[in-house]
Design a protein around this ligand. Structure first.
Ligand code: NAP
Length: 439
């Protein structure tokens, strides 16, 4: 039997497992994750108020219920199992580790307290154990969100929503209470280029116009002549339509504003007592490229969140393209028997569903290129983990965590997330025998 290990229990990993099982019928697949929980960005990236998008986790649960093993709480690389060990144990290894690191802003002051990337901020409100203790200062009126993609919209929307608007979300409890007490009123979404170059999508943009206490504002002068809209692709045309609508609205008495600061690039961040000051430069477009004009201004704020894209985390022994922030690969091939899929392969773009064809492709390559050898597979991994004292979380363990989180929720929230590794492991163990594999 062919033994395949997939590293990363997010959408890219699950679509690969699903396609492999369908293509081969008989195959032993282990999905390994450094967290005790599966589903990657569905749990820790997708906004907590977008529950309909998160519902895809049922499809992934069906993959685990169908016999694919979940091996949680196991790090591949430093401190866990090396990539060499893994490739010796399995006939094929697929890296589906995504892009969990923030791209740096590359400006002075980005290391100041109160300045963070979206991986950290989104991880904080989504209850990712690595960011549960993040210090998120919400005591100043101003907050700057840098970037013109959907993550910037998520961050601005979460900062703007009322506790009532978040009631039916699965936002982590610490973030729910911090945001309820937040003093943030002036949110700026900063884009270095213009509305025609933005990466927003229409649904996310439209939601900003429906917020209870926040008004999105666009400066008419930043909008290109509407004659150009007809040539835009349909999605962007709708986005620009929303922006034109926001620009046409008179100021309401809503207490929170979300200003789109187009043609504005961050230059530096300074600290002044408790507050931050983001220094920005006005830009102009030379074709599609933003060029600085030398005209500077500053925005007072307490929080700066860079939403400018992500990088894959390096794994010792796997060639890494530092400039692109992902593994070196040739159409998903890294080395014989070692593959990559999803954001770790092509970079952080596209929706959850974009990973599906990617998974299908890598499954087809494995099916045609690899034949079963005399590998130890999952049994060998279990023995190695036991020898190292690493207790993996099983699917049953995850189901126990899931049940505990759902039981702890206050209606209408769907769950109250456990946000520390210790709490997650205790729930995995406590809920059922075999939640973590006994040594
Ligand atoms: P993104 O869509 O690639 O947007 C990144 C933004 O950062 C761009 O506006 C980019 O501007 C800007 N940027 C990059 N470097 C910068 C710098 N040094 N200074 C200032 N601005 C800079 O990335 P994302 O928002 O992180 O989203 C990642 C992917 O997840 C996207 O495909 C997104 O659609 C998807 N996503 C989807 C949803 C949803 O469907 N609800 C939600 C969240 C994320 P330039 O264009 O000028 O480079």
């Amino acid at each position: 039997m062919l033994h395949v290990a997939i590293v990363g229990a997010g959408p890219a990993g699950f679509y690969t497992a699903e396609a492999l099982a369908k293509r081969l019928g008989t195959v032993a697949i282990d999905i390994i994750d450094r967290l005790p929980t599966p589903y990657g960005l569905i749990r820790a990236g997708v906004a907590p108020d977008h529950q309909s998008i998160k519902a895809v986790d049922r499809r992934y649960a069906a993959v685990l219920a169908g016999g694919v093993r979940f091996v949680g709480n196991v790090e591949i690389g430093d401190g866990g199992v090396s990539i060499d060990e893994l490739t010796r144990l399995y006939d094929a290894v697929v890296l589906a580790t995504g892009a969990p690191r923030d791209r740096p802003l590359g400006i002075t002051g980005e290391d100041l307290p109160g300045v963070m990337g979206s991986a950290a901020f989104v991880g904080w409100y989504n209850g990712h154990p690595d960011f549960a203790d993040l210090d998120v200062p919400l005591g100043q009126a101003g907050a700057c969100v840098i970037g013109n993609g959907n993550v910037a919209i998520d961050v601005a929307r979460l900062l703007a929503k009322t506790p009532g608007e978040l009631a039916a979300s699965d936002i982590a409890r610490h973030a729910r209470s911090a945001l309820a007490a937040s003093a943030v009123r002036d949110i700026h979404i900063i884009g270095r280029r213009g509305p025609y170059q933005a990466s927003f999508t229409p649904k996310e943009m439209g939601e900003l116009g429906l917020l209870e206490r926040a008004q999105p504002r666009v400066n008419r002068a930043d909008l290109p002549d509407s004659a150009g809209d007809a040539a835009l692709d349909p999605g962007l045309r709708k986005v620009v339509g929303h922006l034109r609508n926001f620009a046409a609205q008179p100021r309401t008495d809503k207490p929170v504003t979300i200003d789109f600061d187009f043609l504005t690039r961050p230059v530096a961040i300074e600290r002044h007592g408790e507050a931050l000051r983001l220094i920005v430069e006005a830009t102009r477009l030379d074709g599609d490229v933003a060029v600085g004009t030398g005209v500077m201004r500053s925005i007072d704020c307490g929080l700066v969140v860079g939403c400018i894209g992500y990088r894959t985390a390096e794994i010792p022994g796997v060639p890494f393209d530092t400039a692109r922030g992902r593994f070196v690969n040739d159409n998903g091939h890294i080395a014989p028997g070692l593959y990559v899929t999803g954001w770790a392969r092509r970079g952080p773009s596209g929706t959850i569903g974009t990973n599906r064809p990617d998974g299908g492709e890598v499954a087809e390559e494995i099916a045609t290129e690899i034949s079963a050898g005399r590998r130890a597979g999952g049994g060998g991994l279990d023995a190695l983990l036991a020898a190292r004292g690493i207790r993996p979380v099983t699917f049953a363990g995850w189901q126990a965590i899931d049940a505990a989180e759902i039981a702890a929720a206050t209606h209408p929230a769907p769950r109250d997330k456990h946000v520390t590794r210790a709490a997650l492991l205790a729930a995995a163990d406590g809920g059922c025998a075999g939640g973590t594999t006994p040594l």
